[in-house]
Design a protein around this ligand. Structure first.
Ligand code: PEP
Ligand code: MN
Length: 337
């Protein structure tokens, strides 16, 4: 249920409502909106709970949440959530651009990438230090050494660091260096990991599993939100289909579909979504046209010699040209980029 408080209700009164909800054996999530505060009351449906809460003097109305995901739903919060860290702003009319190599490979490689993507307009720097690779014989990432290089790149450029965390045991370590914790597609349904990043004091970029339905995707986000972390952005990175001309199939209809159902911002990853560098710039522009709140793009100073995902990585020059195009689309539609 969503308990909509009367406008202007004080924090102390909202807290009293939280206590009341918890005394009924329900979990309370306070969601502060621009207009008013609502409290999501989550748990077993019991006769009489709704009426009891609705009769409270500070309550405007109580409405049931019909979606299986509760805190993530539009019903719980109508105004869009903005994920904001350093200069990276995703959502609420701002398009956040995250770019950088698939993997951190060396100090020179990550610094060169960071400078180039910043010059082209990115405000977030991507780069994997812990890499989920299909083969155990492929490069697995520089691990903590890679995290330190990312932090050094942030110190020089001011870019927010977005990097993947693969296990609950590593959340503390990765959070020490990162600004945004990325949950990779393969881990979208690793529920202990989702809970662990939900407890962390860092924003989260949650990637869609390649075979996950939209409900499964939103319920994965719900695991993070349920731990009290509201700084969550969703990332569509393509799904597996019968089609083989691209690495994955990138459904851009996910953007408007998700926007109807959730207040969380939506980021598109056209690099993994297509797997082919020449297809990335048009899909960046198309993502913005579809209403995406952000992009995460693989950019490498020397794609043919990248240690991972070179075929889908843009050169700094191609990335800068793609961003010029994207800015035109963003401007035409009234988004800030
Ligand atoms: C990545 O961003 O480098 C990555 C591994 O992506 P995904 O989890 O979407 O495959
Ligand atoms: Mn990659």
């Amino acid at each position: 249920m969503i308990v909509v408080m009367k406008s202007g209700t004080s924090e102390a009164k909202v807290q009293r409502m939280v206590d009341r909800i918890e005394s009924m054996g329900l979990k309370a999530h306070v969601i502060v909106g621009t207009e008013r505060t609502v409290v999501a009351a989550i748990g077993e449906k019991r006769d009489g709970n709704r009426e009891t809460l609705e009769s409270h003097e500070d309550v405007d109305k109580v409405v049931p949440i019909l979606a299986p995901y509760k805190v993530a739903s539009r019903e719980a919060k109508t105004d869009p959530t903005t994920v904001e860290v350093l200069d990276l702003k995703i959502g609420g009319g701002s398009i956040g651009i995250i770019a950088g190599p698939c993997s951190v490979e060396s100090e020179d490689q990550i610094l060169e990438s960071a400078r180039a993507v910043k010059a082209a307009g990115a405000t977030g720097l991507r780069g994997g230090a812990f890499k989920p690779r299909t083969s155990p014989y492929s490069f697995q990432g520089m691990k903590e050494e890679g995290l330190k290089l990312l932090a050094a790149a942030r110190d020089e450029t001011g870019l927010a660091v977005v990097t993947e965390v693969m296990t609950p045991e590593h959340v503390e370590l990765v959070a020490k260096y990162a600004d945004v914790l990325q949950i990779g597609a393969r881990n979208m349904q690793n529920y202990h990991l989702l809970q662990a990043v939900g407890e962390a004091d860092k924003a989260v970029l949650l990637k869609r599993g390649p075979s996950a339905t939209m409900d499964e995707f939103l319920l994965a986000a719900e695991y993070i939100l349920d731990q009290g972390n509201q700084q969550v952005a969703l990332c569509e990175r393509g799904v597996r289909t019968f089609e083989t001309h691209t690495r994955f199939t990138l459904p851009l209809a996910s953007v408007p579909y998700l926007k109807e159902r959730t207040h969380l911002p939506i980021v598109i990853d056209p690099s993994h979504g297509t797997g082919i560098a020449s297809l990335v710039p048009p899909m960046c522009a198309a993502s913005i046209a579809a209403g995406a709140d952000g992009l995460i793009v693989e950019v490498h100073p020397d794609p043919p010699n990248a240690m991972s995902d070179g075929a889908q990585s843009l050169t700094p020059k191609a990335f800068a040209a793609a961003m010029d195009q994207c800015r035109k689309v963003a401007e035409a539609l009234g988004y800030k980029m």
